[in-house]
Design a protein around this ligand. Structure first.
Ligand code: COA
Ligand code: MG
Length: 321
């Protein structure tokens, strides 16, 4: 099932013209999983105000329901992307390459009348996995079409190879019909792989959580944080969202509709942050004109890096409008 391809071979095989285009930023604050075999939940998800829906073939679907999930997703996609209350990114999470199910998932979910916006590829552990995916895509998607790719990092090996994985996916994005847009922290699989024990503050995977966001930023990708599985505890969810956001995460995986509004709100800056940033940018401009690089604003020293942070806040604030 799992074939290996040298990078040089694949790069030589495809047309050389880059298909990269400048695309609008698509927010992915809440990434909602919907079991692909559950038509009722799919319909429910479409009625929600959510940034991103992932129709799941993987861990949200029982082993004996995989075929049903593929068929349900295909039937759904064949009707075209329905309109939700807001514009949303429609993704399909396929099974991992090593599961032996991924090829069939891709053939089914990308073989219909309409493509999803995004493929979510779990348990990517090496560049070889990305090469395998690129080869599949080259057979399934027309050169003029394009699909987003979101990669899941959820094992120790994947973390060791993370830079190579991103580098390869970025390189291949220039020649194949996909574009790597985000990394997801697969915290539960990572915990299992490490033999670590989950705690409320997730200290046991702090290094991985930081490494993922750091690498995502290095490759200009969105970083999507861990799932908060106690889905009825919205205070706990809010706290974990805010922690992730402070680290630089741009969104979070969610499993239940009730989590969506909390996550959406948490991944927007607060009013007082916006107020701080607006004032700072104004003051920065004035000080630049008078030739001052560093200055004091509300009692703190401000220079270029703080100004960039204020710009980030304003960019995010615009998403909420
Ligand atoms: N997507 C869309 N709708 C969902 C949903 C989801 N992920 N989770 C729950 N709902 C719907 C329910 O169908 C129900 O709809 P209704 O009011 O029209 O009947 C409503 O939201 C309230 O759901 P609730 O009764 O509180 O939860 P539940 O017992 O139906 O489901 C879970 C609880 C955890 C099983 C369910 O949320 C789920 O399957 N989540 C996804 C899990 C998953 O994908 N895991 C893998 C990725 S980590
Ligand atoms: Mg996982």
């Amino acid at each position: 099932m799992f074939r290996t391809y040298p990078l040089k071979f694949l790069l030589g095989k495809m047309p050389t013209k880059s298909k990269i285009s400048v695309r609008n930023y698509i927010p992915r604050r809440a990434l909602l999983y919907v079991p692909g075999d559950d038509r009722k939940k799919i319909d429910k998800a479409l009625g929600l105000d959510v940034d991103c829906i992932a129709l799941d073939c993987e861990d949200g679907v029982a082993l004996n329901r995989k075929v049903e999930a593929r068929a349900t997703i295909r039937e759904f996609l064949d009707k075209g992307k329905p309109k939700g209350p807001t514009k949303f990114d429609l993704g399909v999470r396929v099974n991992s390459i090593d599961s032996g199910l991924c090829h069939e998932d891709l053939v089914s979910c990308l073989g219909g009348s309409f493509l999803p916006d995004t493929v979510l590829l779990p348990k990517v552990e090496s560049s070889e996995h990305v090469l395998w995916f690129a080869d599949e895509i080259s057979h399934l998607i027309k050169a003029e079409d394009r699909i987003n790719l979101i990669i899941y990092i959820e094992s120790a090996l994947a973390f060791i190879n993370l830079g190579d994985i991103c580098k390869t996916a970025k390189q291949l994005s220039k020649r194949f019909s996909f574009e790597l847009v985000a990394l997801v922290l697969g915290s539960d699989d990572l915990l299992a792989n490490l033999g670590a024990i989950r705690t409320e503050d997730s200290k046991e995977i702090l290094y991985a959580r930081q490494k993922l966001v750091l690498t995502a930023k290095a490759f200009d990708l969105q970083a999507i944080d861990m799932v908060y599985i106690n889905y009825k505890d919205l205070d706990g969810l809010k706290k974990q969202c805010e922690e992730g956001m402070r680290m630089g995460y741009t969104g979070k995986q969610v499993i239940h509709p009730g989590q969506v509004p909390v996550v959406h709100e948490a991944f927007l800056p607060t009013k007082s942050q916006v107020n701080w940033a607006e004032g700072l940018l104004k003051s920065f401009e004035e000080h630049q004109k008078s030739g001052k690089g560093a200055f004091t604003y509300r009692g703190s020293m401000i220079d270029m890096p703080t100004m960039k942070q204020a710009q980030n806040i304003m960019k995010l604030a615009k998403l909420g409008k």
